[in-house]
Design a protein around this ligand. Sequence first.
Ligand code: SF4
Length: 204
Amino acid sequence: MENIVKITIQNLECNGFAVRYFETANEAAAAILGEVKPGETAGFGGSMTLENMRIRESLESRGIVTFYHGTAKSPAERASILENEARTDVYFASSNAVTSDGRLVNVDGSGNRISSMAFGHKRVYIVAGTNKIVKNYEEAIVRIKNVASPLNTKRLSKNTPCAKTGKCENCDSPERICNVTLVHDRPPYGFVTSVFLVGESLGY
Ligand code: SF4
């Protein structure tokens, strides 16, 4: 394990997060399946990491009811799924950045993901590759605005400058995806926030 990863894990734990480290995404995916109990429901924030790991499909094949707004076929269905997504027992997301001083930094367009990362579920699981590790909050924002957001706007066919140039222009586009920022300095009161860190490059 690289030194920066060790330091990040130590600092996340010092800050109160429950941290597990896995060398591979497959190992992490297997462990995640054991975290959801029969009868519980699971919600998902938008995440290429989770999609590529096929966590939702694996849980569904075990009879777990899941909600993910990315499966919606219409705006009305999306709104309905988002309501259910916010009320699940367990919530899964990745993090746009994990700082080596032990914090999670995330930026959303509509705020549904970061809202659920902070409140409303019995347990929250953050799954992130070590490619998401940065030094501190300032580097996290640089990463989010110049790596994660441009790739996401391109993937989602958003009409933003970064989708074309690959870097942030601090736009005022109606389709801007950087509208609300959440920093987990520590886990919020009342439920466990677990960070599953994977020693691979995953997602954006
Ligand atoms: S503020 Fe606009 S240009 Fe900058 S990363 Fe966000 S969506 Fe892209």
